[in-house]
Design a protein around this ligand. Structure first.
Ligand code: ADP
Length: 425
């Protein structure tokens, strides 16, 4: 009787080799994994190698090696094994040596290793597991048990790999987001630097235009060009400010400085600014302001300027040449700012999404923008304890309603710190 037959036959309740074949084949039909795993069986005993191959090959792709070195050569050459099943008691360092070598190499470290040994008792198992084995089987064992343990070690390893891959992806994404935000911050600061002198120079040139022009028509010509330069510089400034603001907003809470604010005054400042820079004239829209008198609350004036400016610049952009109405309401507890236009409108399925970062609902080739204005507006309003919503249909204009509690945010909703914010001027 050869050695493999001896160990299987002596086991109480263990399968003889021919029974093992039947077990394995029966199990293979129903529960076989969709892709057969490649496993490496390492044993110095030829009979044992043959026996293990017969037991395992109905369920797995089995390759055999007769010692540690042959096993390592195969692993290094093929690198496609998903599990190693090795006898512990082999000459020249044996199974533990193989296990150690596999664990030392980062490429093979995650590969599950099952140890087989004739040594019974807890000690041998503990020794094997402490050395980094995934499981330890003591001979004799049933063929069914060997297959089941091999399967569960493979399954565990697959789950571990999936978790590790997901973690690596998350880390990669986090790093990519951080790199993007850093870039955004640096780029917007850099872009803003030349804009300030450019705006000043245009202003100075406009002041001197009449003096340098030869006649009235040359002066008009100069003014017209300078006005265009000024308008485009303002537009560029607004875009850069939006980027700059976004880079601040994504890195945490928006700093809010609570103060007594008259929302009606904020609206007037913003509308006048858009008129001054020629944006209202350029849009061809009629901006109608309906203010009931002062609407006061505990808010942040500069931040509210940003909100009104974002909403008004959208109305001018998407509601070109249509009437734009801005009104305020207050019931003493809640104040509402309502801005409506008669422009292109927004499809229903985009009503929520447009308040998210980089989300846009209009065709990029017709309308410029980064898709951050409404995101920043919503974040500011939320930090002031308020909300924003839109009512709109395609082709029927859009109405944005921002609501703010007059008493300001509840204490938990306010950052309370102050920071220099880019205002409108
Ligand atoms: P953008 O820079 O693209 O204007 P916003 O965050 O301000 O970014 O707006 C997000 C999207 O919401 C816009 O791209 C546009 O599709 C839509 N939108 C915003 N305001 C209006 C409006 N008044 N009319 C129609 N669509 C609008």
């Amino acid at each position: 009787m050869n050695e493999a037959l001896r160990w299987t036959a002596t086991a109480e309740g263990a399968a003889a080799p021919h029974e093992a074949d039947r077990d394995a084949t029966a199990g293979a039909g129903a529960a076989n994994p969709p892709v057969r795993a490649c496993i490496l069986v390492v044993d110095d005993n030829a009979d044992m190698r043959e026996c293990l191959t017969r037991v395992l090959s109905p369920s797995f792709d089995v390759t055999v090696a007769e010692d540690r070195q042959a096993a390592l050569d195969l692993v290094n050459a093929e690198r496609s094994f998903e599990l190693v099943l090795t006898d512990v008691m082999m000459p020249r360092l044996g199974g533990f040596g193989l296990l150690r070598a596999l664990r030392e190499d980062p490429r093979t470290r995650p590969m599950p290793v099952l140890l087989l040994s004739a040594r019974a008792g807890e000690e041998a198992s503990v020794e094997g597991l402490e050395a980094g084995a995934d499981d330890h089987l003591i001979k004799p064992f049933a063929a069914r048990e060997l297959i089941a343990r091999t399967r569960s070690a493979l399954e565990l390893a697959r789950m571990r790999n999936e978790v590790a891959a997901r973690r690596a992806l998350e880390l990669h994404l986090q790093q990519a987001i951080q790199a993007r935000d850093e870039f955004l911050s640096i780029a917007s600061h850099e872009l803003r630097t030349p804009l300030t002198p450019l705006r000043l120079q245009v202003g100075a040139l406009a002041q001197q235009a009449d003096a340098v022009a030869k006649d009235a028509s040359a002066s008009a010509w100069l003014h017209k060009r300078l006005d265009k330069v000024r308008r485009n510089t303002e537009r560029l400034t607004r875009l850069v400010d939006e980027l700059l603001e976004l880079s601040r907003v994504v890195s945490g809470r928006i700093p809010i400085t609570l103060e007594d604010v008259d929302l009606a005054a904020v609206v007037r400042v913003v509308v006048r600014h858009f008129e001054d820079i020629g944006a209202v004239a350029e849009s061809g829209s009629d901006v109608r302001v309906h203010l009931p008198g002062p609407v006061e609350g505990r808010w942040d004036a500069l931040r509210l300027e940003q909100v009104v400016a974002n909403l008004l610049s959208n109305a001018l952009k998407y509601g070109t040449a249509t009437p734009i109405d801005i009104s305020l309401e207050s019931d003493g507890r809640l104040a509402s700012l309502i801005i409506s236009d008669g422009g292109i409108g927004i499809p229903e399925d985009a009503h929520e999404r447009i308040f998210e970062r980089f989300e846009r609902a209009a065709a990029a080739r017709h309308y410029g923008g980064f898709g951050v204005g409404l995101y920043v507006a919503r974040r500011i309003l939320e930090q002031l304890g308020g909300t924003i919503r839109v009512k709109s249909a395609p082709g029927a204009g859009a109405t944005f309603t921002a609501t703010l509690p007059v008493a300001g945010p509840s204490p938990a909703g306010c950052a309370g710190e102050s920071e220099t914010v880019s205002g409108l001027h």
